[in-house]
Design a protein around this ligand. Structure first.
Ligand code: 6GU
Length: 337
């Protein structure tokens, strides 16, 4: 499971490193779309056991939290050694732009000491206002950060730390991450990873703390599976039908802030339930209109907060009439609905 499908030679696709104390969680990545992408070399997934970087007989990865409180916190030293080793390996294995190292940044060595950049802002936290990691994830990846995009940047992975305290993982972020050559997912368990790890790497590369929803999982593993699937299906050639992704719910473009409507297949009548007639009409214009109506209806019913955030500029006369019939108002002025 941890082996790269094509040995040390890097494929032209994306490299994806995952560090966890439960590597066996990631066996689903061997199957289906993601498994096929790995076989083809579109995706080079490497799953690592964090405990491989411990030095004590018990392979300890956690300790009690400073300041007291429940639970345990993952130790920074082991994470530092793991991430340093993976970055060094990725560069040596000919990961993207390995020939253009970032000058001055220590790759290996003791991560806990000698960092020239302690005290720099933690990345990925919008509240810190960091010019590096706090830069908007939605922006062009090639701009706004010395680490985001460009040939130098690809000599470091973009680090993703799954945590319920992170910013929301969205379709837009999935699209942005799908354009990266190298991602490293750092799965925390217990109460999380010592915050200095994010600070340390955030000073040298893009680090994003991301949440998949407003609930708490026991660890980041399942969240990483979710993110990898969302990202992986966007990679070139991974989806069977290249057009599938543009109609996705939440996809930037026509489907922004819209959920997809219902779908049907044969037979035309099943247990007395009929397929909507318009879908059998062969009239493409009417079908497109019907689908948009259904998307609007479903969004208003299931996700009113999304519907309220639809840009009024993107609504045509027919859209407005439908929303009127649903007694639903779009836009910031009137949130009464
Ligand atoms: Cl990314 N991790 C954990 N542990 N819980 C979560 C989450 C992530 N997203 C939502 N809940």
């Amino acid at each position: 499971m941890t082996a790269a499908p094509h040995g040390e030679r890097r494929s032209p696709g994306m490299r994806l490193d995952i560090v966890s104390i439960f590597p066996e969680y990631f066996s689903p990545l061997d199957v289906s779309l993601i498994g096929k992408a790995r076989e083809r070399g579109t995706l080079d997934v490497r799953v690592h056991q964090l405990r491989d970087w411990t030095h004590d007989v018990h392979k300890t990865v956690d300790d009690t939290p400073y300041g007291g409180g429940p639970g345990m916190v993952m130790k920074p030293e082991v994470w530092g050694e793991a991430i340093d080793a993976i970055i060094a390996d990725g560069r040596a294995a000919g990961s993207p732009a390995a020939d253009s190292p970032i000058t001055g940044s220590p790759i290996t060595g003791s991560p806990a000491t000698g960092s020239p950049i302690t005290g720099s802002p933690i990345t990925g936290s919008p509240a810190t206002g960091s010019p590096i990691t706090g830069s908007p994830i939605t922006g062009s990846p090639a701009t706004g950060s010395p680490f985001a995009g460009g040939p130098e940047a690809s000599a470091t992975p973009r680090i993703i730390v799954p945590t319920p305290s992170g910013r929301p993982f969205t379709q837009e972020i999935a699209q942005e991450l799908a354009a990266e050559p190298w991602l490293l997912f750092a799965c925390g368990r217990y109460e999380g990873i010592d915050s200095r790890v994010m600070r340390e790497y955030g000073a040298r590369m893009r680090v994003d703390e991301l949440s998949i929803g407003d609930y708490v999982l026991a660890g980041g593993e399942v969240a990483v599976l979710v993110m990898v699937e969302a990202i992986g299906r966007l990679l070139p050639g991974v989806l069977g039908n290249v057009h599938s992704a543009v109609d996705d719910s939440f996809a930037p473009g026509a489907m922004r802030n819209l959920l997809e409507g219902p779908v049907y297949t044969k037979p035309p009548v099943w247990r007395g339930h009929e397929v909507p007639e318009v879908l059998l009409s062969g009239h493409h214009g009417k079908i497109a209109r019907w689908r948009r109506d259904e998307a609007l209806r479903r969004t208003v019913a299931n996700r009113p907060e999304l519907a309220a955030a639809i840009d009024p500029e993107t609504l045509d006369k027919h859209d407005r009439k439908l929303l009127d019939e649903l007694a639903f108002r779009v836009g910031p002025e009137d949130m009464a609905n």
